[in-house]
Design a protein around this ligand. Structure first.
Ligand SMILES: C[S@@+](CC[C@H](N)C(=O)[O-])C[C@H]1O[C@@H](n2cnc3c(N)ncnc32)[C@H](O)[C@@H]1O
Length: 281
């Protein structure tokens, strides 16, 4: 009888992972957690304050997957390219904290307001800064972490401009204004190094990035940035190929024009981007 009870208890004893809240003794219940490397997300999540209000914002589902998989409730993430604040909204919804860095003062004000309306100001700290300035921005991030008695963050999110595909501002240090691919990658590498420095050991980082064409040649920004993450010290864990929803070329009225260009130019239209996952050893 006692033996039977012990074996039942053992079977139901929670089996925890160090860096998330999943209980592997019930692993079959996590239907919502993706584990395949090909993501076909049919439409953008629009609940909980998420909206398509910024050209170039990512679908919230990327953050949902990353936060559930790589963080625990109450933990702190740093988003090095906050944009319209998708990560801050999703962190609040999932009971995490978010420190967001954004270079454009206007976006900082906009997200600040949005966050207040959603009641997420207590879980969000926004820093108006250049993420590639390791000294000044690093100091600001450490101060923000210190406010909740932390020395390091528990997750890093990097969704940089895809080089010059969308010019986000006219600010010199905006990575979308880098005057060559090499200059973009050098700036990105400094951000990767800062992300590495402020991240807790054994924790994870996600990079969302797409490739681009220049003068008829494919520039594999995704792989170039992955290599810069590795140079910064990160180990690559996964490369996820995700469909682009809502922000891709070749949709609507221009679809035929782009299809014609692809046929005439011998290339393929981008319908995917990457979510790359890294770990700090
Ligand atoms: C692809 S968007 C990020 C979108 C964001 N994930 C969202 O869902 O809204 C890139 C953002 O990086 C910002 N940015 C560009 N260069 C930067 C830099 N050096 N430091 C901080 N932010 C930068 C741009 O202003 C832009 O808002």
């Amino acid at each position: 009888m006692l033996e039977k009870r012990l074996s039942t208890e053992r079977r139901h004893a929670p089996k925890k992972i160090a860096y998330n809240d999943l209980d592997l003794s019930n692993w079959k219940q996590y239907d919502d957690i993706l584990t395949d490397s090909l993501w076909d997300i049919p439409s953008r999540e629009r609940s909980a304050g998420h909206k398509l209000d910024y050209h170039g914002n990512c679908v919230p589902q990327i953050l949902t997957q990353m936060l559930k998989r790589y963080t625990k409730a109450g933990e702190t993430i740093v988003d090095f390219f906050l944009g319209s604040g998708t990560s801050a909204i999703e962190s609040h919804r999932l009971d995490r904290r978010c420190i967001g860095i954004e270079i454009q003062p206007a976006m900082v004000d906009y997200v600040q307001e949005k966050i207040q309306e959603l009641g997420a100001d207590a879980s969000t700290q926004i820093i108006n800064a250049d993420s590639s300035d390791k000294t000044w921005t690093g100091k600001k991030i450490r101060q923000a972490l210190q406010e909740t008695n932390l020395t390091h963050s528990q997750f890093a999110f990097l969704h940089p401009p895809y080089a010059d595909i969308i010019r986000f501002s006219s600010l010199e240090k905006d990575l979308s204004n880098a005057d060559s691919t090499e200059a973009f990658l050098e700036g990105f590498q400094r951000v990767a190094e800062l992300a590495f420095e402020v991240l807790e050991k054994n924790r994870f980082a996600a990079l969302v990035i797409g490739d681009k064409y220049t003068d008829g040649e494919l520039i594999p920004l995704g792989f170039y940035c992955m290599e810069r993450m590795n140079r910064a010290g990160f180990k690559t864990k996964s490369i996820i190929v995700k469909n682009m929803t809502g922000n891709e070329k070749g949709k609507g009225r221009t679809a035929n024009l782009w299809r014609y260009r692809a046929l005439a130019g011998g290339f393929y239209l981008f319908k995917h981007e990457y979510v790359m996952v890294f770990q700090k050893p």
